[in-house]
Write a protein that binds this ligand. Structure first.
Ligand code: GLC
Length: 761
């Protein structure tokens, strides 16, 4: 019987190409190539391969080796040093095994790669115990099994806590079954779909897109961490962020003049509430025109100088919509330079956003990205602004949807919104990051984005958009962050307190105390709701808030070291339990899915504001210490623990090393010059990579950093600081060990030397 859809047919020809093979099929073309021993790429296309393109990956050269191993009947077997690829040729179906011959993933035998019109999908076998993680910013359980998701970057104010899609597209997931793990990245920016066994039978799952190639990478690393490493090896890793951006960020839509910004900064200092950043939302602009300041900011430079004296940095919002207005420079230059997305007739597209009628930059073009990036110099960088917040870049306009036929690019590169929409936010962030980096003379810009696509981590931090002031949204936020971290994006956060609504004082305090453990630590609220500066919740709460902010600043050495790990390996800072405890079923239990490790060794258990007793799960076989009181809990068990407002449940793994510093009011302060090394007694040897650099330039790329391996040897009762690597001098002159679970409480501070130091416990 004729089918109404089409499936990939039989292989008729095999040709060796760089990194692998090209196969001609009766009705399409396929390529299988290797990028390294654990990274394969599979492409299937109805048309011959003439060009190759990715918004996410800078280097598409398949530099790995895929060797022909043997032929089994009509099947072809290829291999890398770590993986085996079996290709059934009648019809074409691909399966990937590890070198122990354990199946990682396989095309479903009947459907394989299928087309329905232009829609292309890949159907794979579903394993009975299979779990799925990933897809970045997605609601639902962290285990995606049984769910269906779409990617179509959307502006979704006050989204429901089960809404889909949200603002971002990260078509990368990890499958776990039997005793194996694998990852898949489907690099296609059309509207895409992932169905992890939801609404289908229990034998298959599938992913696909409305158009374009079936173009996916398989990661066959044997651990979740290795898969994240390979995925970020392809799509890139975070640069080191400016240290100031990791301080507390105070934001509100509605701050609208110079005096107000300064007075907020001053109040933080008067009340001794540590903070680093004041964020300026759309009101700073003249009629919402990007690259301008309203006359309510008569002396921007002077304001920035005063901010600097107060130890504050400024972040300004920049939306993509450029107001259609004669005489407005960005508009006129954009027209002359041919920088706007167009209707098929060639006329620039117009959509309505904050400034009214707007054109939208065509960020797919390098010339436009350069033009965009250069615009930051005069209004922002020259005045001392170092942080840039990209919003509304789904792209959004009132009424939500742009027509799909809007055109981008020129000549052979011409595309429509249909394939560009999901990448628009990424390209805007790229233009902003690269332009401001260039303009800042070797200093690191801070970029924050709402929309994103895979690879965003190279340019920007990402936050979870317009959430609501409820416990439900706070907890959802931690599921989103857990998933975004796993999906390659380490610099993440959410609007603390919720963007829409007025949090109760309890909810605000709880959210803030959990926000300590999110890389982006930003309080932000919508113009229609109450002011939410931290001193507005009553005296007793201000005391709690002060302690929370101080704790964040004490933890910065640990957070910064975790960033270095993310920069080098792609491992996130917020690590959902399955990263370290992949084959422990409890790690996927919805009861514990908000929990995460914050860097090495620290476990945070998010809990609703009203809940004073919380069930937590402490995995593994070693003990855990409660951070606040050093009470010890055996690993591998669940516990009901107290969770009063001032003591969110945080645990530290036995054997852990956690570097901290004294309380400072902002990241520019040096504090007491002592590095406090917290050591938690354990029975197994453990090590920690401690990392510092100047926090503001790219000199770390030339080894101007201070890095040292710290080893805790319980048998010998010694902590060893290996000799420092890199040419930077630590900002600390002394080191003090703070001991947990030992007879002694501390080891008095001693001078910090660059050569190897052994400290007896
Ligand atoms: C969008 C952003 C929000 C911002 C507002 C005004 O809703 O998501 O954070 O405050 O626009 O710029």
């Amino acid at each position: 019987m004729n089918r109404l859809s089409e499936q990939a047919g039989n292989v008729t020809k095999e040709t060796a190409i760089q990194g692998g093979v090209e196969l001609n099929l009766t009705n399409c073309f396929a390529r299988i190539t290797a990028y390294n021993a654990t990274t394969l790429r599979v492409r299937v296309s109805k048309t011959a391969f003439s060009s190759d393109h990715s918004f996410a990956i800078d280097n598409l050269n398949a530099s790995g080796k895929l060797q022909v191993a043997k032929q089994e009947g009509t099947d072809k077997i290829y291999q890398t040093d770590s993986l085996i690829v079996k290709v059934k040729t009648h019809p074409f179906r691909v399966s990937v095994y590890n070198r122990n011959n354990e199946l990682l993933c396989a095309d479903e035998s009947d459907l394989g790669v299928s087309w329905f019109g232009n829609q292309v999908s890949c159907y794979k076998q579903l394993h009975a115990d299979e779990k799925f993680l990933g897809l970045g910013e997605k609601t639902g359980n962290i285990n995606r099994r049984g769910s269906f998701y779409q990617n179509w970057n959307s502006d979704v104010p006050a989204y429901a806590s089960n809404a889909d899609p949200l603002y971002a597209t990260i078509p990368f997931f990890i499958g776990i079954h039997d005793s194996v793990t694998y990852g898949i990245f489907f690099d296609n920016t059309h509207k895409s779909y992932f169905n992890f066994g939801g609404g289908a039978d229990e034998e298959l799952f599938h992913f696909g897109a409305d158009d374009g190639e079936m173009n996916y990478y398989v990661f066959g690393g044997s651990t979740v961490a290795k898969i994240i490493k390979d995925y970020t090896n392809l799509t890139g890793r975070t640069p080191m962020p400016p240290l100031w951006s990791l301080g507390f960020q105070q934001s509100r839509w509605g701050y609208d003049n110079q005096e107000q910004l300064l007075s907020i900064a001053k109040t933080f200092r008067e009340k001794k509430l540590p903070a680093d950043v004041i964020v300026s939302d759309i009101n700073y602009m003249d009629n919402y025109k990007v690259f301008t300041w309203s006359n309510k900011y008569p002396d921007v430079k002077g304001m920035l100088v005063q901010m600097k004296q107060l130890g504050f940095d400024i972040v300004t919002i920049i939306d993509p919509g450029i107001k259609v207005e004669k005489g407005y420079k960005a508009y006129e230059d954009g027209l002359i330079g041919n920088h706007f997305a167009k209707y098929p007739s060639g006329k620039p597209y117009i959509g309505h956003v904050w400034p009214g009628r707007c054109h939208f930059p065509d960020f797919t073009k390098e010339s436009t990205r350069l033009w965009w990036g250069a615009n930051f110099k005069q209004p922002y960088i020259d005045n001392g602004v170092k942080g840039f917040w990209n919003d509304m870049n789904e792209p959004a306009a009132w009424g939500r949807e742009f027509p799909n036929l809007i055109e981008f690019g020129e000549g052979k590169e011409r595309q429509t919104l249909f394939s560009v929409k999901n990448a628009y936010g990424l390209l805007m962030a790229k233009a902003t990051y690269e332009g401001t980096k260039l303009g800042m003379n070797g200093h690191r810009p801070f970029v924050l984005t709402r929309a994103s696509y895979s690879g965003i981590q190279k340019y920007s931090a990402q936050w979870t958009g317009d959430n609501a002031s409820t416990d439900d949204h706070m907890l959802l936020g931690f599921r989103l962050l857990n998933s975004m971290g796993l999906s390659g994006i380490p610099y993440i956060g959410m609007d603390i307190g919720g963007f829409i609504g007025n949090p109760s004082p309890e909810l605000f305090v709880r959210w803030l105390s959990l926000g300590v453990y999110t890389p982006l630590f930003r309080n932000h609220t919508c113009i229609n709701y109450n002011y939410r500066e931290p001193w507005l919740f009553g005296e007793s709460n201000t005391i709690k808030i002060k302690a929370i902010l101080e704790h964040r600043y004490q933890l910065l050495p640990h957070l910064y070291s975790a960033f270095y790990q993310a920069h080098k390996t792609g491992l996130p800072i917020n690590r959902m339990l399955p990263i370290d405890y992949t084959f422990d079923d409890n790690a996927y239990d919805p009861k514990y899915q908000h929990q995460f490790l914050f860097g090495d060794g620290m476990m945070v258990c998010p809990v609703a504001s009203s809940q004073s007793i919380t069930e937590v799960y402490l995995p593994g076989t070693t003990d855990w210490y409660r951070l606040s009181n050093d009470k010890v809990y055996a690993g591998g068990s669940n516990y009901f623990v107290e969770s009063p407002l001032e003591d969110v449940p945080v645990f530290v793994k036995s054997g852990a090393i956690v570097p901290m510093q004294s309380i400072v009011q902002n990241t520019k302060e040096t504090g007491d010059g002592i590095l406090y090394l917290h050591v938690y007694k354990g029975s197994l040897q453990n090590s920690y990579t401690y990392y510092e650099d100047d926090g503001e330039t790219y000199n770390y790329e030339k080894a101007v950093f201070y890095k040292r391996l710290i080893v805790y040897n319980p048998l010998k009762g010694i902590v060893t600081l290996k000799a420092k690597e890199g040419s930077y001098s630590s900002k600390f002159q002394k080191i003090k060990l703070v001991l947990h679970g030992f007879d002694k409480k501390e080891i008095v501070s001693q001078d910090l030397f660059d050569s190897e130091m052994n400290i007896k416990l």
